[in-house]
Design a protein around this ligand. Structure first.
Ligand SMILES: [Mg+2]
Length: 280
């Protein structure tokens, strides 16, 4: 525990999950409300000049729209400090030379790819030479989209995805991860499994590090805070980062203790605000 406290006090960067970690969706306003202590924690990091990113695995909105929602809830978060899987996907697709991409998602899913200069093809748009299919938030998914994506893959396109977890937490209970369901249909037909580009992938962590101005080798000196063992804890633990799980979302302190090693946090906390006392 002394070692963990020391690593947090001297950390070179912080990656926060959004929903269930620093904020909760507010169904009445369609926006967010801050989890107690979270606004002050990010303000403290800002004052101390320590870099952070807020990385949600949601791809329903563009990063700037999520950032605006957090600012309305009181957070000092700049647009470029907000990340979605589409942000790490855009970096990966450009780096691997996949510049013609069919996106099974909405305008918010597409925005970071378009900003990166990728030629984005709509869900069921007729197109040849598609190099990659990227699945995200796409509740309007239908048979023409499935057909188009499978035809791309049979013609050689790779399958990439924002997220591949079956459920996410909402105020009303369990929500279905749309990209998980879409991936399942595509994989059943093509036998091709998706390459995940959001959390918990190494691509997601690498993009967050790069955007904080840190080298890949700094992963062990970064703190990852989240409420989802399958996303934030898995991503952090695999890279040797400091994994901090909070009990304001999917988990309780009791359920965290029972997690398998790959998903168990180095530091279980009741709430993200409890980190403030550990910043040194
Ligand atoms: Mg969460």
């Amino acid at each position: 525990m002394v070692d963990v406290a020391n690593r947090i006090a001297t950390a070179r960067g912080f990656i926060f999950d959004m929903d269930g970690t620093i904020a909760l969706g507010d169904s009445a306003s369609g926006g967010h409300r801050a989890i107690p202590g979270a606004v002050d924690l990010l303000a403290r990091l800002r004052r101390d000049g320590r870099p952070f990113r807020v990385f949600t695995n949601g791809s329903a909105k563009a990063p700037a729209d999520y950032a605006a929602s957090l600012r309305a809830a009181g957070f000092d978060v700049q647009d470029e400090e907000m990340m979605t899987p589409s942000v790490s996907a855009a970096e990966y697709l450009v780096a691997t030379g996949l510049k013609r991409v069919r996106v099974l998602g909405n305008a918010g899913t597409m925005a970071p790819l378009i900003a990166a200069g990728i030629e984005v093809i709509g869900p069921s748009e007729k197109a040849d030479g598609v190099q990659a299919v990227f699945t995200g938030w796409h509740r309007e998914f239908g048979f023409p989209d499935l057909e188009a994506a499978c035809n791309d893959i049979w013609a050689g396109a790779v399958l990439t995805s924002a997220s591949h977890v079956p459920f996410f937490a909402t105020q009303a209970g369990r929500g279905i991860g749309t990209s998980f369901a879409i991936n399942a249909a595509i994989t059943a037909l093509t036998k091709v499994k998706p390459t995940v580009l959001g959390k918990p992938s190494r691509h997601a962590l690498a993009a967050a590090l790069r955007r904080m101005g840190l080298p890949r080798s700094a992963a062990r000196e970064v703190v990852v805070v989240g409420d989802d063992p399958a996303l934030e804890m898995r991503m952090a633990n695999r890279a040797g980062a400091v994994s901090v799980c909070v009990a304001t979302g999917l988990q309780t302190l009791q359920t965290m203790a029972a997690l398998e090693a790959a998903e168990r946090p180095l530091l279980p906390l009741q709430s993200v605000g409890d980190l403030a006392a550990m910043l040194g």
